[in-house]
Design a protein around this ligand. Structure first.
Ligand code: ADP
Length: 261
């Protein structure tokens, strides 16, 4: 009977090992599919500004007698598309480094300071929105200072991009048990129920017609980068939104004490 039990244990161990192998093969295939999709989407996104640059330069070179003001329009368009290309490449590089397992620094970060400085700096350059901070508690977390600053900037820039002039963007930072909660609320266009579950997908941008005004020129990679930063800090991020009323971006990060206990 002992031998029999040994054989059965052997078989069940083998079955378990095979299941684990199949699981990791499946996971690997999913990762490879995601990478392929990322490359295909990236190529498509890069082609759009590139085509615009080539088209404008062709016109510029083919017709030497274009009036001066039209020449300026063409060059301005080339400049705009080139900086869009630059933004796309930078964002893609950062995500690729994240996929490759780039490490985050572990330093003491005074989050309230990051927020107050950012609000002060951005208020100076954005005159058409009301930027306010309510209830910013002094909070320290362990993390990567530059990446956390980038996170706040991505969320703040989104709030400003998708809020018409005269709107209000409100930030707050509060302790809640073992974590700290950062909220950035706007009174902007909001996001529809269909779009909301997809905004963290790479290159996803909600229906532009609803955003009225001019295309704010996003890359569709801001929120994926934000998510990578938050998850690298063992935190959570989500958006709450109502079309026509506004959006709240919520970030929860574990507090210093809870990371080590
Ligand atoms: P983008 O560079 O286009 O802003 P993001 O990844 O940062 O890309 O955001 C994805 C999409 O989510 C945006 O294109 C926009 O449609 C929507 N979105 C993000 N933040 C907001 C916000 N505060 N208000 C309304 N829509 C938003």
């Amino acid at each position: 009977a002992y031998r029999m039990t040994g054989v059965i244990l052997d078989i069940s161990a083998r079955i378990q090992a095979e299941t684990a192998l199949r699981e990791s093969e499946k996971r690997l295939r999913e990762l490879m599919d995601a990478q392929k999709r990322f490359i295909a989407d990236a190529a498509h996104e890069l082609r759009t500004p590139l085509t615009a640059i080539q088209g404008n330069l062709d016109i510029f070179l083919r017709y030497p007698n274009i009036p001066e003001d039209e020449k300026m329009d063409i060059l301005t368009e080339v400049q705009r598309e080139a900086s869009r290309l630059g933004r796309l490449v930078n964002d893609m590089l950062q995500l690729a480094r994240g996929d490759a397992g780039a490490a985050l620094r572990e330093e003491e970060v005074q989050l309230d300071q990051v927020m107050t400085e950012m609000w002060k700096d951005i208020s100076r350059v954005v005159p058409f929105h009301h930027l306010i901070l309510t209830e910013v508690e002094p909070v320290q977390v362990v993390g990567d200072h530059d990446r956390l600053k980038q996170l706040v900037l991505i969320l703040l820039e989104n709030a400003l991009k998708y809020t018409p002039e005269g709107g209000t963007v409100t930030g707050s930072l509060k302790r809640k048990g073992h974590h700290v909660e950062l909220r950035i609320a706007d009174t902007g266009y909001g996001i529809s129920e269909e779009d909301l579950p997809r905004v963290f997908e790479r290159f996803y941008r909600a229906d532009r017609s609803r955003q009225r005004g001019e295309d704010p020129g996003g890359t569709g990679l801001g929120l994926p980068i934000a998510k990578w930063i938050v998850e690298g800090h063992k935190g959570k991020i989500w958006l709450e939104s109502e079309l026509g009323a506004g959006t709240v971006a919520v970030v929860q990060l574990p507090l210093e004490e809870s990371r080590f206990s």
